[in-house]
Design a protein. Sequence first.
Length: 94
Amino acid sequence: MTYIMNAAEKAFCKDFGCALGDAENDFVTRLEEQAKISGDEAFVVFCLYKKSKAITFDRANRSYVVKHGSLWNKDVILRALDYARAITALEKRP
C-alpha cells in the first residue's frame, strides 16, 4: 500500500528538508571559522559530531546545537578531526 501525501505535507517535507540542508551548511561554516579548517575537514567533524550524537537539530530555530559548549573549542575540533582520520584509516586497513 502506498501513501499519497497531500500538498500541505509535500510542502512541509520540502521545507523541512531545506531547513536541514541549510542548518548543515551553517554548522559546517561555523566549524570552518572557529577552527580555521577547510570545508571538507569541517564536514568530517560535523559527521563525527552527528554520528556520536554530540549535536542535535533544533526544529524551532532550524539549526544544529552542540550538547556541550566545549565542542566549539578549536583544540576539541582539531582532536575530533584527528580521531575521524584515525577511524577512517583503521576502516581502510585490510
